[in-house]
Write a protein of this length. Structure first.
Length: 143
């Protein structure tokens, strides 16, 4: 019982952490928020062409659109899980709710991964080398 509660709390912490990262991703580059200059930064750092910038913007906008529905579902699932922890719900109910949160997080992670793959595919060999070197130093992929 104690082990399940510890796992549940770890899952909730991971959910809250991922939600913050995914929310930043969902805002998309160049559209306000903490990543408002993300595309501009990548464009300058990688010397993207105007065509690459246009394609990248379309990729990030599509990912934002795809993730917006899941973000609402995630918020609702997390609220339900938090409420269940306050009402002494059964272990099976907590596991069910935690699994629902995890499923939605997986969908959001998949959307982000697909956008990253599409963005990376736009890059020339030289740009990929530069991008990879940047990523090796702890910087994350396009968000």
């Amino acid at each position: 019982m104690q082990q399940i509660r510890r796992k549940l709390m770890a899952a909730m912490l991971a959910a809250f952490t991922l939600t913050g990262a995914t929310a930043a991703f969902a805002q998309g580059p160049g559209r306000g928020g903490p990543n408002s200059n993300r595309l501009d930064y990548l464009a300058g750092y990688l010397s993207l062409t105007d065509a690459q910038k246009t394609q990248a913007q379309a990729i990030f906008d599509a990912a934002k659109t795809a993730s917006s529905s899941a973000q609402g579902q995630l918020s609702g699932a997390q609220d339900a899980l938090r409420a269940a922890t306050k009402t002494n719900s059964s272990d099976s109910e907590l596991e069910r709710l935690a699994a629902a949160v995890g499923t939605i997080q997986g969908q959001l992670t998949g959307i982000q991964a697909k956008a990253s793959v599409k963005f990376y595919a736009l890059l020339t060999a030289e740009q990929k080398t530069k991008y990879d070197a940047r990523s090796e130093h702890g910087h994350r992929g396009p968000r």
